[in-house]
Ligand binder design. Structure first.
Ligand SMILES: NC(=O)c1ccc[n+]([C@@H]2O[C@H](COP(=O)([O-])OP(=O)(O)OC[C@H]3O[C@@H](n4cnc5c(N)ncnc54)[C@H](OP(=O)(O)O)[C@@H]3O)[C@@H](O)[C@H]2O)c1
Length: 238
């Protein structure tokens, strides 16, 4: 069984890669700038894996990567984890920034899903997980670009699910609240304590909390398709 992780060098992606390898998947992954992490993760995964650098902000690189996927390399499990935040007011000339966030967080993973699902359909099985965020449901000052691109990916994933359900390909979005990773550290800075104090649970998620949900879906312990699993720190996302 093969798994493909887009963004294996993210804190969450690395956790998922190690977990799926322990579940006996052959894990391939993409990365962008973190060659050191790609190397150490590759070593941990052993010889039987493939990693490739793909800049998801570059439409032609994404097209090239999508075109490189074929029946022989097709994964049984696809996880889109790579993503960027962009904290800014939605005022003024936002077009270029919005386009970049949309390309990385929505258009690239959606394009990769579309190709991988095409390869999964003849096999009549497959699991696709897209990591989104509770920001898709929770407007906050400065998170319009990030939240709306995550919402778009959830909506895309829901439609994809009903288009391919008869081929037994299942999809899930996992939408975490704050997770203890470099992305959260960069966002929180010296406000970390205050942010956590203001969460209903007074704690943030660990990488393993997300990884465990991935393992449960991939392992068939969560039976659903087209839905989004919100892993919150107590915030209401209704
Ligand atoms: N941490 C949180 O609090 C939190 C909460 C909710 C949702 N999420 C979501 O969870 C996912 C992983 O988050 P994380 O905290 O583990 O992230 P992270 O450690 O900051 O890693 C970000 C990942 O995105 C990749 N990436 C960034 N720009 C890229 C580009 N232009 N092309 C290709 N890849 C690119 C990075 O690759 P390189 O490192 O190789 O450059 C890295 O693998 C993201 O989608 C994020 O939105 C995170």
């Amino acid at each position: 069984m093969k798994a493909l992780i887009i963004g294996g060098t993210s804190a969450i992606g690395e956790g998922i890669a190690r977990c799926l390898a322990a579940m006996k998947y052959r894990v391939d992954f993409t990365y962008h700038s973190n060659t050191e992490k790609a190397k150490s993760l590759g070593e941990a995964l052993g010889d039987d894996h493939h990693s490739v650098r793909v800049d998801l902000s570059d439409v032609s690189e994404v097209s090239k990567f999508v075109a490189s996927l074929n029946a022989a390399s097709a994964p049984d499990v696809l996880i889109n984890v790579a993503g960027i935040t962009h904290d800014a007011l939605s005022v003024g000339n936002i077009g270029a920034d919005l386009a970049r966030v949309a390309q990385i967080n929505f258009l690239a993973p959606a394009s990769i899903c579309a190709r991988v699902v095409e390869l999964m359909m003849p096999r009549r099985c497959g699991s696709i997980i897209n990591v989104t965020s509770i920001a898709s449901k929770m407007p906050r000052v400065g998170n319009a670009a990030y939240g709306s691109t995550k919402a778009a990916l959830e909506r895309f994933t829901a439609t994809l699910a009903i288009e391919v359900a008869r081929y037994k390909v299942r999809t899930l979005c996992i939408a975490p609240g704050f997770v203890d990773t470099p992305m959260f550290h960069a966002f929180a800075g010296d406000r970390r304590k205050d942010i956590i104090k203001n969460l209903p649970l007074r704690e943030i998620l660990a990488v393993d909390d997300v990884v465990n949900s991935v393992a449960a879906f991939v392992g068939g312990k969560i039976k659903t398709t087209g839905t989004t699993l919100y892993l919150t720190n107590g915030q209401s996302v209704l």
